[in-house]
Design a protein around this ligand. Structure first.
Ligand SMILES: Nc1ncnc2c1ncn2[C@@H]1O[C@H](COP(=O)(O)OP(=O)(O)OP(=O)(O)O)[C@@H](O)[C@H]1O
Length: 749
């Protein structure tokens, strides 16, 4: 195994423009810091004036005087360091954010946003050190255990074959479009096996790793087949193919791929239906005629029930992408409505189920709705037995089912005590986005509220801390409680951006093909090994390189064994290695007593001090006003609720009772565990219960927010807008309007 330092070296990407390239001689944060210090010292030496030298000698003397204090500080820091008593030596080029900005910049020239004001307030507070109240981050934490990494033989899947699309019997315009528009010439393994099978008219269950080209493996034969239909397909034929996907973004992405493929075949019309869009305009499009219909299940069911112009009499293809997810989310009921509706009238149909992971539920579905299917399992044998055998839980994979992850994916785990999680994540982001270039990071978080909270915290605090630096980190967010226009906008923005951070729930875990993502961070662990595979699958796609980092607390390390049971192996990244990136950041300078020292112990102590300063920035921001505290509490509460929803077979790893509420609170920038908030959501205080009930009633009315979950419903709630038709709000509004009209009438009469 690599040492912690080596691991971090490996993970710092180069400043070169391409995400594919890596430094030949990578340096870790500590090495970079030592180098930076040396350079600074040399600069100072060459440019120092007598008075500066005097200042420097003063500093030396001060350091000698504080030798005894240094010993003390070798223990933990209970409060953030106070500034040195006398003025510091040569002023740094950048103003330290520990000092209020107003002192150096005329107030009138600054256009302040609310957040900036908050930050300034908190910094001002900080300079009045007496008001700081940050308890020690590094005291009273559970020990980080030595990780047991079971021996795992990872399953490998070759991505590309030597065969070309032009070797297949496809329409030449389709081959040309693949090459010119999609930049695709060689077949991937899954395409090589799937395309001929589908062209021959067979049903299929397709399983291959994430980012291996499954979309084209069904889209190419579909287009080939439909363009050859005689007489030519026309809009009035209605849907000839129905493609069901679990999320709106995936629906949009699939639709866009089809649009490109259909460029030479303009008479075949693709269309997308998804929650959040206007039902009226969708109805109009359906009336005009859509030949290839891409939809989320809930929305399609809504149209089946309410739109007269939807007719399935001509459907000859049914494709269920991310089939296990569709069943997993409890879409079964919707699916049976769709299948019944298709079966009622349609001609004989070709059916395809696809995913990178399969569950027993999919096997059952395949039994019911596929006709003598060919089973394509790229990394295993192509026989039906390769689909998971029966388990007690139809939604889960068999306990020992092996999963394949991309070969060029480097997977890491960091064990972090709860209290330090927030600064560890922030330090990681700073390292990847501030001190390295062209990193595109996706961070998975367990609830919409926590995504919102962290987004506003990082946008305010980290962005303000790096205000002096050249490159600014862009933070985006994506979750199921956002309005559809905003979701689509974020999806597009992150797709085309060269760098930045996307904070999201599992709504982004499946199928999304976001180019050049370099890091996947699982800040809250996934609920299953399969979800782990899909989350990390957002990087290292189609043979590219990529990295992933899983956050676990010391109590959760048994999840590594659970992953190993599915042939997934991780390397450890040390917590201190991640935190040491703060040494590059003068925004978090501690007492500065260790600057002249390069011993490991001194460096570690300085790193801890800096982490404490950063935590103080977060806590000050959170405690600026009651509203911020409230949103932190809400985020904590939703995190706790989500924590209660791990499936039974993982409860021994993720149990709410093993969480320390005060420590968890700290990871949301709260100084103390909120009063009356019980770790187990079911054991809330009376006041809290009242609040919860109020919220639940409110949520029921608005169709959003938090609900009480049973384990299976966690994901459902996270991508609730996909699960529902997305029209609940409209219906609720209409009902309210109707009620108001009746009341008005009553009042008038
Ligand atoms: N033969 C090919 N050559 C080069 N690139 C390809 C080829 N086939 C697909 N791609 C590209 O690979 C990327 C991933 O494809 P796709 O999204 O279909 O993967 P997937 O297997 O469905 O992944 P997931 O399981 O995550 O949904 C896309 O950008 C696609 O354009």
């Amino acid at each position: 195994m690599l040492s912690g330092d080596d691991q971090l070296c490996l993970n710092i990407s180069s400043g070169l423009p391409s995400s594919r390239s890596y430094r030949k001689k990578p340096q870790n944060s500590q090495q970079r810091w030592v180098k930076k210090k040396k350079q600074q010292a040399e600069k100072r030496k060459s440019s120092s004036t007598p008075s500066e030298e005097k200042g420097h000698t003063l500093k030396q003397r001060r350091l000698q005087q504080t030798d005894t204090a240094e010993k003390e500080a070798e223990e933990e820091t209970a409060t953030p360091p106070s500034p040195p008593p006398s003025p510091p030596p040569p002023p740094p080029a950048k103003a330290s954010p520990l000092k209020p900005v107003e002192k150096t910049t005329p107030r009138k020239t600054i256009k302040k946003t609310k957040e900036k004001e908050k930050m300034e307030k908190s910094h001002t507070k900080e300079s009045g050190r007496s008001s700081i109240k940050t308890s020690s981050l590094f005291k009273h934490n559970p020990d980080i255990p030595e990780l047991q990494r079971p021996a795992v033989s990872q399953v490998k899947e070759k991505i590309f074959t030597t065969e070309l699309f032009s070797d297949l019997d496809l329409h030449p315009h389709l081959v040309a479009t693949l090459s010119k528009v999609l930049n695709v010439d060689k077949l991937t393994s899954v395409q090589k096996q799937t395309i001929p099978a589908l062209l021959s008219g067979r049903d299929a269950v397709v399983r291959s790793q994430t980012g291996s080209g499954k979309t084209l493996s069904y889209a190419v034969p579909l287009v080939q087949n439909l363009q050859a239909v005689e007489p030519k397909v026309s809009r009035s034929d209605g849907p000839l193919a129905v493609i069901i996907v679990p999320t709106r973004e995936l629906a949009l992405q699939t639709f866009q791929t089809l649009q490109k493929l259909l460029k030479p075949f303009t008479w075949i019309v693709p269309g997308v239906l998804m929650g959040g869009e206007k039902r009226k305009s969708e109805k109009a499009r359906l009336r005009k005629g859509i030949n290839i219909l891409v939809s989320t299940p809930g929305r399609l069911v809504d149209h089946i029930k309410n739109t007269l112009s939807i007719a399935f009499s001509a459907v000859r293809w049914l494709i269920l992408d991310e089939a296990d997810r569709i069943l997993d989310l409890g879409f079964e009921k919707d699916l049976s409505v769709i299948l019944n509706s298709l079966n009622k009238t349609g001609p004989s149909r070709q059916n395809v189920l696809l995913s990178a992971t399969m569950t027993q539920g999919v096997t059952r579905l395949a039994d019911v709705c596929l006709n003598d299917p060919v089973s394509i399992h790229v990394s295993g044998s192509s026989n039906p037995d390769s689909v998971p055998a029966a388990t007690s839980d139809p939604g889960s994979a068999a306990p020992s089912e092996s999963f394949t992850v991309p070969e060029a994916l480097r997977q890491f785990v960091v064990v972090v005590p709860s209290k330090i999680r927030l600064v560890c994540l922030a330090a990681f982001i700073r390292d990847k986005c501030q001190f390295s270039q062209n990193n595109k990071v996706i961070i998975f978080i367990s609830s919409c509220e926590a995504v919102e909270f962290l987004h506003s915290l990082f946008t305010s605090v980290l962005a303000a801390d790096s205000a002096q630096q050249k490159s600014k980190t862009t933070f985006l967010r994506l979750h199921g409680n956002m309005k559809q226009e905003e979701r689509s906008e974020v999806f597009q923005q992150f797709s085309v951006s060269q760098s930045g951070v996307l904070l999201c729930t599992d709504v982004a875990a499946r199928g999304l093909d976001l180019p050049q993502v370099t890091w996947i961070v699982q800040y809250t662990p996934p609920t299953t090994a399969a979800e782990y595979v899909h989350r990390v699958g957002r990087t290292a796609r189609i043979g590219e390189k990529g990295n992933s980092l899983l956050f676990l607390t010391p109590a959760e390390t048994a999840f590594i064994t659970e992953l190993a049971n599915h042939n997934i192996s991780l390397s450890e990244m040390k917590l201190l290695s991640i935190l040491s990136s703060l040494m590059l950041d003068d925004a978090y300078k501690g007492r500065g007593k260790y600057h002249s020292k390069t011993s490991t112990k001194a460096l570690e102590q300085e790193t801890r001090e800096r982490a404490t300063v950063l935590q103080t920035h977060f806590e000050n921001f959170v405690h600026t006003d009651a509203q911020s505290v409230q949103s932190a509490k809400k985020a904590l509460q939703s995190f706790l609720r989500a924590y209660t929803t791990y499936p039974a077979h993982l409860k021994h790893i993720f149990h709410i009772r093993s969480l320390h509420l005060g420590h968890a609170a700290k990871s949301f920038g709260l100084r103390d565990a909120p009063q009356g908030l019980s770790a187990a959501s079911g054991r809330a205080s009376r006041g809290d219960r009242k609040e919860q009930n109020k919220n639940q009633n409110q949520n029921r009315k608005t169709g959003g927010g938090e609900k009480r979950f049973c384990p299976r419903q966690r994901e459902v709630s996270l991508i609730c807008s996909e699960f529902s038709s997305g029209l609940d709000n409209e219906d609720a509004k209409k009902k309210r309007k109707k009620k108001m009209k009746v009341e008005e009438f009553d009042q008038m009469s």
